[in-house]
Design a protein around this ligand. Structure first.
Ligand SMILES: Cc1cc2nc3c(=O)[nH]c(=O)nc-3n(C[C@H](O)[C@H](O)[C@H](O)COP(=O)(O)O)c2cc1C
Length: 186
């Protein structure tokens, strides 16, 4: 299959890109609005970009009407966010939290998830999450209709660092995948 991504005819470039850039980690981002509403949403255009100092990157599209998503708006106004790891048992809540609720509605209430305090930021993490990264906004760029968020990781918490403990879930095209470690003894 061949795809001219500059001149797409009969295919969706989004589908090709998200089917070929795989698997993607999912940042399940908690933020707090200036009014104090807790927000939660998943983003898979996400990765680590530096380790000294530790920096992560999230790309958040604007809504069809050109407005910023709640996550971008909250990060830009408070300068803080938390990335919660998505593990297998949270898939239902991840999907619920991706719905476009109004800013005054908290995805914590919609999912029934409980917030828990963080160590270095005021934004809470999800209680019972197996791992989380506490981040401070380092840099914001606008690229086309996207808010690019670079966050400095101030603090991390984890039940362990093994995938058997974390049971992480990745994003492949419109679905999810498990991560399985392959043996390196060829
Ligand atoms: C697994 C998953 C990954 C997603 N990745 C992204 C992404 O990388 N960028 C983006 O803008 N939206 C992404 N979305 C959609 C957002 O989660 C959705 O627009 C959400 O309503 C944003 O919420 P907010 O307005 O509270 O920030 C994703 C949805 C799912 C289910």
């Amino acid at each position: 299959m061949l795809f001219d991504m500059e001149n797409p005819q009969g295919f969706d470039p989004y589908e090709v890109l998200t089917s070929l850039v795989i698997p993607r980690p999912i940042a399940w981002v908690s933020t707090i609005s200036p009014e104090g509403v807790l927000n939660l949403a998943p983003f898979s255009f996400y990765n680590a970009v530096c380790d000294e100092p530790p920096v992560v990157f999230i790309s958040i599209s604007k809504r069809d009407n050109g407005e910023r998503k709640d996550t971008s708006r909250n990060i830009l106004s408070t300068g803080e966010f938390v990335i919660n790891l998505v593990s297998e048992e949270f898939l239902r809540e991840v999907v619920i939290s991706s719905e476009a609720f109004a800013p005054e509605i908290s995805e914590f209430e919609k999912t029934g998830l409980k917030p828990a305090p963080c160590y270095k930021v005021k934004v809470p993490r999800i209680a019972n999450t197996k791992a989380w990264l506490e981040c401070k906004l380092l840099k914001h760029e606008e690229l086309f209709d996207y808010d690019l968020i670079f966050g400095r990781v101030l603090f991390a918490g984890a039940e362990g660092l093994e995938i058997n403990t974390l049971k992480p879930v990745g994003r492949i095209h419109g679905g999810f995948c498990k991560i399985v470690e392959l043996s390196q003894s060829f």
